[in-house]
Design a protein around this ligand. Structure first.
Ligand SMILES: [Zn+2]
Length: 74
């Protein structure tokens, strides 16, 4: 949760050189692939069922990354 990371960031950075720094979040949608029919689709909420064949056996192929775009240090 963005709010949890921001909350703990404020505490952890308080006595460090990163004091006053802010974190910005960009959420990427998870893309999954059905292991049964190969269909790829964006994950909405908790809907893990393949819209193509109805199977539940899917794997996440995109959206698991954690990417830091930039850090500014004075
Ligand atoms: Zn499928």
């Amino acid at each position: 949760m963005d709010e949890c990371i921001s909350f703990y960031w404020d505490i952890l950075s308080r006595d460090s050189g990163a004091r006053g720094a802010t974190i910005n979040f960009i959420r990427k949608p998870a893309v999954v692939r059905c292991r049964n029919c190969g269909k790829e689709f964006r994950l909405k909420q908790e809907e893990w069922q393949c819209p193509g064949c109805g199977h539940w056996d899917v794997e996440i192929i995109s959206g698991k990354e954690f990417y830091i775009d930039s850090i500014e240090v004075e």
